[in-house]
Design a protein around this ligand. Structure first.
Ligand SMILES: Nc1ncnc2c1ncn2[C@@H]1O[C@H](COP(=O)(O)OP(=O)(O)OP(=O)(O)O)[C@@H](O)[C@H]1O
Ligand SMILES: [Mg+2]
Length: 279
């Protein structure tokens, strides 16, 4: 589905490769978390998934990127938007129209979807993301968290096979984050959407992703099941990442109690281990 082969990239103004000979494959229906310290190249990597690199963001690019069998050097960003729903890290850069309904309709209109279907989908995504209350608002008046949800709504309305979400919940409050997590889980499990999510909140990824790719210094440092990578405290700390709270907590308990305590790889597993310990 996504095939990145021996890709290197250097921005015009940078002196070294930001990504250095990276190869990876992502299959249909995977939920992948991309992690790594600030400035390591996570967003840069994802710019390649809809063709922003090399078409809009200029630099020295080598290697090949294919998505759904299409080589991205041959496809425009507009063409790819039907397949890849892309959410930029900075919501203000992505809003293109003056009000919420036109913003959500915009992508669908570009896909040539009928007026009636646009209105149906508009109602559905406003409901799904709990943003009906802002449907008549101007986009310029929205808070950053509301902008993030409107952008997500516009992407979901286009119904792409792949979602690339660059810190999509960074400005959301906890209830909105949990609501979004439920929506993304459903899209992944019920509709086999492929989801690539850049995220600093490792607790959030622990519950969502099946696979984690850790990037640092232009390289893939680790790539494996979430339960393996996000419980590897030494690996995370060595790459300037803070392990998920539940993982650190159980490691502390392990140290204090001097008995073998299993390190959980999900909140439900943590509850189960605690229940057994307290029996
Ligand atoms: N347009 C640009 N021109 C030159 N350098 C850039 C440009 N965009 C990003 N960079 C540099 O490339 C490196 C990787 O940036 P990138 O935005 O991909 O990091 P990131 O991992 O997404 O970081 P964050 O977690 O802060 O979002 C950084 O050192 C950044 O300063
Ligand atoms: Mg980034």
């Amino acid at each position: 589905m996504i095939d990145i082969h021996k890709v290197s990239f250097q921005y015009l103004s940078s002196s070294t490769n930001i990504l250095d000979n990276i190869s990876l494959k992502i299959e249909k229906g995977e939920f992948v978390g991309i992690i790594g310290p600030t400035g390591c190249g996570k967003s840069t990597l994802c710019y390649m998934l809809n063709g922003l690199i090399p078409h809009s963001i200029k630099g020295y690019f080598s290697g090949t990127v294919s998505v759904s069998g299409k080589k991205l050097v041959n496809e425009s960003v507009e063409e790819m938007s039907a397949i890849v729903g892309y959410m930029l890290q900075e919501p203000s850069f992505q809003i293109a129209t003056p009000n919420v309904t036109s913003e959500i309709a915009f992508g669908m209109e570009n896909l040539g979807i009928s007026r009636e279907e646009i209105l149906n989908r508009l109602d559905r995504v406003l409901e799904t993301l709990s943003i009906n209350y802002i449907r008549n608002r101007a986009t310029a008046d929205l808070s950053e968290g509301e902008k993030q949800r409107v952008i997500l709504a516009s992407i979901l309305a286009m119904n792409p096979q792949i979602l690339v979400l660059d810190e999509c919940s960074s400005m959301l409050d906890l209830p909105s984050k949990l609501n979004l997590a439920t929506t993304l889980k459903q899209l992944n499990k019920n509709e086999q959407k492929t989801i690539v999510m850049i995220e600093h909140d490792l607790d959030y990824l622990l519950e969502l992703a099946d696979r984690i790719i850790l990037i640092n210094n232009g390289q893939i440092i680790a790539d494996g099941p979430t339960a393996k990578i996000l419980t590897d405290i030494e690996l995370l700390r060595a790459n300037d990442l803070v392990p998920p709270t539940v993982v650190s907590l159980f490691q502390e308990i392990q140290k204090e109690s001097k008995i073998a305590v299993e390190i959980p790889s999900s909140h439900s597993q943590a509850t189960e281990i605690l229940r057994r310990m307290l029996k």
